[in-house]
Ligand binder design. Structure first.
Ligand SMILES: [Zn+2]
Length: 340
């Protein structure tokens, strides 16, 4: 009962209910098993298109690891629904607490990744009774999330421009060219469906603020392909100047934010450059420390993730509750326990 209350406080699920919490055995130790069920009338979400779709069947129970409580591992147990989506066909539903086939919940991955900033991956694995690979996957998840969302401000701005302009066009009695264009303007080009791509090509023929905002966002993407922080910085300055001259208000706001955070953003390039140059020996102390912290990494992929995580300063998924916040004394204790 008490654990259910805590879960609802720190990790509330909109379309699902924590039905029951039981103490059980898993891999030879006691764990908390939390039974999760869909809320009545709650729609399943198609994992292909993220749209609601009717569910018709349930799969075997899956286990998702959650943040441990009092040193006891916590698992959400849930029978995934199969959905019959109009667009994608038969798919497994998408649940809000996990991603794809991952065994760890998003919050737990963030929790582990937060710790991986303070301890070595090996130590994190040992402290939380998990494997090095899982810590790696957790850090990888956070880094990938950040890389995908680093231009989120841009996206929000385009959405705002589009919504305002659409209303204005309607009020002025023009053709509703911007109708149903939200996703084709917001999504990255490579993620568009065929239908959306046709729509986008049509819209791009108009001289609209939304189109100009879209093109500016596309130009901004080029920025991430730079390797040299110096040239990336120059590109960023030019981009900001152009956006501010465009007089598109929401985009101007983005440009100002980008300018303000320039050092932080360029940090990401430094990490990237350090990585792509491949000269691990000549890296700064910070990087040496990072590689030592995640020592045991076997591939360049791990090194890359570790560097981005430590130096990239990428955005991180938002959590309603900060599981990662621990008191200094706890951290000291964890350090003490694993000394030597
Ligand atoms: Zn679908």
């Amino acid at each position: 009962m008490l654990i259910k209350t805590i879960l609802n406080k720190v990790h509330k699920l909109k379309s699902f209910v924590y039905q029951d919490v039981k103490l059980g055995l898993y891999q030879g130790s006691e764990v908390f098993n939390v039974i999760v069920v869909p809320r009545k009338n709650g729609h399943a979400i198609c994992s292909g298109c993220q749209q609601p779709a009717p569910g018709y069947d349930r799969l075997a129970k899956r286990r998702f690891e959650f943040v441990p409580l009092w040193g006891i591992r916590v698992f959400l147990l849930y029978k995934m629904r199969k959905v019959e989506c109009k667009t994608c066909g038969v798919k497994v539903e998408q649940v809000p607490w996990a991603e794809g086939k991952k065994e760890l919940t998003k919050v737990y991955m963030q929790f582990l990744a937060n710790w991986a900033r303070k301890l070595s991956w090996k130590e994190v694995a040992r402290t939380f009774n998990t494997s090095w690979e899982k810590v790696f996957h957790a850090v990888e998840y956070v880094v990938e999330w950040g890389k995908k969302h680093r231009s989120l401000d841009n996206i929000k701005a385009i959405d705002e421009v589009r919504a305002t302009e659409h209303k204005q066009l309607q009020a002025d009695g023009y053709e509703p060219v911007l109708k149903k264009t939200r996703w084709c303007l917001l999504k990255r080009k490579e993620n568009l469906t065929e239908k959306e791509e046709i729509k986008l090509n049509t819209v791009l023929q108009y001289n609209l603020k939304s189109v100009r905002a879209y093109l500016l966002r596309e130009e901004f993407q080029v920025f991430w392909d730079y390797i040299s922080p110096h040239w990336a910085g120059k590109y960023l300055d030019r981009w900001c100047t152009r956006v501010i001259r465009s007089k598109i208000e929401p985009m101007k706001k983005v440009a100002k934010t980008v300018r303000r955070h320039k050092p932080l953003i360029l940090n990401w390039f430094k990490a990237k450059k350090a990585y792509s140059s491949g000269i691990v020996e000549s890296l700064s102390t910070k990087i040496k420390l990072t590689t030592r912290k995640s020592y045991g990494f076997r591939t360049y992929r791990c090194a890359e993730i570790a560097l981005y995580h430590a130096l990239g300063k990428l955005p991180e998924p938002e959590m309603t509750h900060r599981f990662g916040l621990y008191s200094w004394s706890m951290l000291a204790m964890a350090n003490y326990i694993h000394q030597g």
